[in-house]
Design a protein around this ligand. Structure first.
Ligand SMILES: Nc1ncnc2c1ncn2[C@@H]1O[C@H](COP(=O)(O)OP(=O)(O)OP(=O)(O)O)[C@@H](O)[C@H]1O
Ligand SMILES: [Mg+2]
Length: 216
């Protein structure tokens, strides 16, 4: 059983979205996957999973709310993969969940406003020896400027962190898909589907531990 978690110091950067994208990718590749939602205020993943079920979208994604790591540990038997979504603010649980994980994804936008707190959290987590090589930064909700993406990549590279080998582009279509209980490659738009497949494959490879690692 593997655990992949999505953590961050910034709200709205795509943690819950990428958690759903990875969960869908894993479920579609015949893995028994649990989406563990630690954001009890928003319950984004739990609500989305219920919506997905109401819409009759297959495969069903098993999503549950968790308050503590202890509860999660008790529940995870029988799953191949647990995808953990956490709150917008890094807290004690962030570090505990991260330590428990095989891979820790930190989604971030390309702006310095997003990169600064993300890299600062990454440095904080990396102080723990158990975590140093599990941290992967994901450029998320990127705009259409290749220059801004390249600039962000070089900042992450210089900071010495690994990066996902694909970026998650900001597109209105992804938002409407999420609002209908879909995620990632379930998009009906072929361009979005292709972009999502690249992200899914990169997330899944790192999660399952046979990684074409990162750009950096
Ligand atoms: N690629 C995308 N294109 C357009 N909209 C997106 C994309 N990815 C996510 N969104 C939207 O951006 C918003 C924030 O995404 P999400 O909820 O995944 O962020 P988050 O990091 O989990 O936020 P929070 O810290 O509040 O939990 C949501 O409304 C979501 O639907
Ligand atoms: Mg969220």
């Amino acid at each position: 059983m593997r655990i992949a978690s999505f953590v961050g110091q910034k709200g709205g950067v795509g943690k819950s979205t990428l958690a759903r994208v990875l969960a869908v990718a894993a479920a579609r590749s015949q893995r028994r996957v649990l989406l563990g939602d630690f954001d009890l205020e928003q319950l984004t993943c739990v609500e989305w999973s219920a919506l997905r079920m109401r819409q009759g979208i297959e495969p069903e994604i098993d999503a549950r709310a968790f308050k503590s790591l202890k509860k999660l540990r008790k529940t995870v038997t029988g799953y191949d993969l647990v995808v953990v979504d956490t709150r917008g603010l890094a807290d004690e649980l962030t570090e505990d969940v991260s330590k428990e994980s095989d891979v820790v994804f930190l989604p971030t936008g390309t702006s310095m406003d997003d990169l600064r707190p993300t890299l600062s959290l990454a440095r904080r987590l990396a102080k723990s020896k158990a975590l140093g090589n599990k941290i992967v930064i994901v450029l998320s909700k990127t705009g259409r400027s290749e220059r801004l993406v390249a600039q962000a990549e070089s900042i992450i590279f210089e900071a010495g962190f690994d990066m996902l080998n694909a970026v998650w582009p900001e597109r209105d279509g992804f938002q409407s898909d999420l609002d209908m209980g879909r995620a990632g490659s379930e998009s009906s738009n072929p361009h979005l589907k292709q972009a999502a497949l690249e992200v899914e494959q990169a997330l899944l490879a790192l999660t399952l531990g046979h990684a074409p690692v990162s750009r950096s």
